[in-house]
Design a protein around this ligand. Structure first.
Ligand code: F6P
Length: 341
């Protein structure tokens, strides 16, 4: 059997751990040939692939990014994508694919599977917004990076009696802001799920100053003021129709300075949250997902995705995982609100 693996969408720490687990178990235990398609769905569309050997993958467990490259290529953006992929897989004698990705990559996997391609999905994204799994790998690392940044910003904010606004990733889901904000003792956490009142945020910031503390505001890039809109970096859309967000942190810092009369600064963590070596938690989760994806392929259980439920790895239908984004529930946000102001 010849099995292909690909990584699509925004990269995240732990992708290489999945590739390593799939390759070592696929070759060592199942006797398969394993190949890696380059740059997400661009690989199977164009026939760009490389064989993977144990020697290729042994050293990559701790390495961030993906040795296969990634892209936001959408085979359905133009006509003929499925036919082209089926032709390439037949020409390369690839029997099945393991697609590692988020909502977009796995949405494509789900549709391709309905159209005759043998695919098993593995969930990844720093945003942790994929349905049907308790966690995605990459999230824990991103939260660690953001928390470390918040810890550092506390001391400089205190020294200068300033408000510091930390903008973190999270287009439609505020998981990174929520977890890093709680872990980092933020004065306010703003998420896309809950439009905020700038008067209320300004009041919380003011009250923190009055108690002789420097406020830290953690804001998801997709958060928006009541009656306002997301702040965009550019209106340009990618192949899946996503605009580029960014700028809400600076907008908030300017507004807070104007309303409180105190100095405010904005820090955008951006892609530092996606780079570098994965945490031990993400290495283990990614490795377990890879091992279980091999079993799903061996069982012919296509159209499924590996998922974390409690401490178990289970299989769920790809359709269930991609049906809707997993956003922060109101009760989880309410837990954090106790610490605001
Ligand atoms: O992968 C998800 C994500 O990290 C989002 O949180 C963020 O909005 C987006 O990717 C950034 O994408 P790009 O790498 O294309 O700038």
């Amino acid at each position: 059997m010849r099995v292909g693996v690909l990584t699509g969408g925004g990269d995240c720490p732990g992708l290489n751990a999945v590739i390593r687990a799939v390759t070592l178990k696929g070759i060592g235990e199942r006797g398969w040939d394993v190949v890696g398609f380059r740059n997400g769905w661009h690989g199977p569309l164009t026939g760009s692939l490389r064989p993977l050997s144990p020697d290729d993958v042994e050293p990559i467990l701790t390495r961030g990014g993906t040795i296969l490259g990634s892209s936001r290529t959408n085979p359905y953006a133009e006509g003929g994508g499925t036919e082209r992929i089926l032709e390439v897989l037949a020409a390369e004698h690839v029997d099945a694919l393991i697609a590692i990705g988020g909502e977009d990559t796995l949405g494509v996997a789900e549709r391709l599977c309905r159209e005759g391609v043998n695919v098993v999905g593995v969930p990844k994204t720093i945003d942790n917004d994929l349905g049907a799994t308790d966690y995605t790998f990459g999230f824990d690392t991103a939260v660690h990076i953001a928390t470390e940044a918040i810890d550092r910003l506390h001391t400089t904010a205190e020294s200068h009696h300033r408000a510091l606004v930390v903008e973190v990733m999270g287009r439609h889901a505020g998981w990174i802001a929520l977890h890093s904000g709680i872990a980092g003792g933020a004065s306010v956490i703003l998420v896309p799920e809950r439009p905020f009142s700038i008067e209320q945020v300004s009041g919380w910031v003011q009250s923190r100053f009055e108690r002789e503390y420097a406020p830290i505001v953690v804001v998801s890039e997709g958060a928006q003021p009541d009656g306002g809109a997301e702040v965009l970096q550019t209106g340009e859309k990618d192949a899946f129709g996503h605009v580029r967000l960014g700028g809400v942190g600076q907008w908030l810092a300017d507004e807070l300075a104007r309303r409180t009369g105190k100095e405010s600064r904005a820090v955008v963590l951006g892609h530092t949250q996606r780079g570098g070596t994965p945490t031990a938690y993400d290495r283990v989760l990614a490795t377990r997902f890879g091992l279980h994806a091999v079993d799903a392929v061996a069982d012919g259980d296509f159209g499924t995705m590996t998922a974390l439920r409690g401490t178990d790895i289970v299989r769920v239908p790809l359709a269930e995982a991609t049906a809707e984004l997993k956003t922060v529930p109101a009760e989880r946000y309410a837990e954090a609100e106790v610490f605001f102001g």
